[in-house]
Design a protein around this ligand. Structure first.
Ligand SMILES: [Fe+2]
Length: 213
């Protein structure tokens, strides 16, 4: 917990392994691999996202770093999302998540937005920031098996001026907490490779802390 707090407030993000009790983590993994999940493909392409003057939700990604996308580039993201898996997860597991989230967020959580994602060949997220969506972001990794070179690696930096991004391995039962309140945290997910033997599954949650607590 101490390391968590130090990382979270110093670097803007913190990684915690063995987040859920193992039986709960196993159950969640089973649910993701079920055949009857209805996955909807999202193929996003916004061509003004990295421009100063854009007022769209996605027009907030402009940075002054020469290593990050220029204003003439498009923000793209490709991923699958399953609403029916989200409702299953919500029914079965949300109490576990809420309990843990509350512990780390150190406040009541009255507003959370939970998403079940699948990334297979070619899926990715270009560089973006999630500040408009929540106070805190939370990525939970589902796959028991993954390889570094399968892609789908989250890269994150404290802010746009950081030269080097930190890659985070999508390890089973690991979570990454992201502090969107005090940091800009630019991040992206590299493309999943053609030769990846499984899709990459995550549970992504944005939470708003209860300001009155
Ligand atoms: Fe994000």
């Amino acid at each position: 917990m101490n390391n968590f707090i130090e990382d979270y407030y110093k670097n803007g993000y913190a990684v915690i392994d063995d987040f859920l009790p193992i039986d709960v983590a196993n159950k969640l993994e089973e649910l993701y691999f079920e055949e009857n999940n209805k996955w909807d493909l999202e193929n996003q392409d916004y061509d003004e996202a990295y421009m100063d003057e854009s007022e769209s939700t996605y027009g907030k990604f402009k940075t002054d770093s020469e290593y990050l996308p220029d204003s003439n580039e498009s923000f793209t993201a490709k991923f699958w999302r399953s609403n029916n898996l989200e409702s299953k997860v919500d029914e079965i597991l949300i109490d576990h998540f809420k309990k843990n989230l509350k512990k780390y967020a150190k406040s009541e959580i009255n507003n959370y937005d939970m998403r079940c994602y699948k990334l297979d060949e070619g899926c990715h997220y270009r560089l973006h920031m999630d500040n408009p969506i929540g106070d805190m972001g939370f990525v939970y990794y589902v796959n028991k098996k993954w390889k570094w070179d399968w892609g789908g690696i989250l890269h994150v930096a404290k802010d746009e001026f950081e030269e080097d991004f930190q890659p985070i391995f999508p390890k089973f039962n690991r979570v990454v907490f992201m502090n969107h309140t005090e940091f800009t945290l630019p991040h992206f997910i590299s493309q999943v490779a053609k030769y990846a033997l499984q899709p990459r599954f995550t549970l992504v949650t944005f939470v708003r802390r209860d300001k009155n607590v």
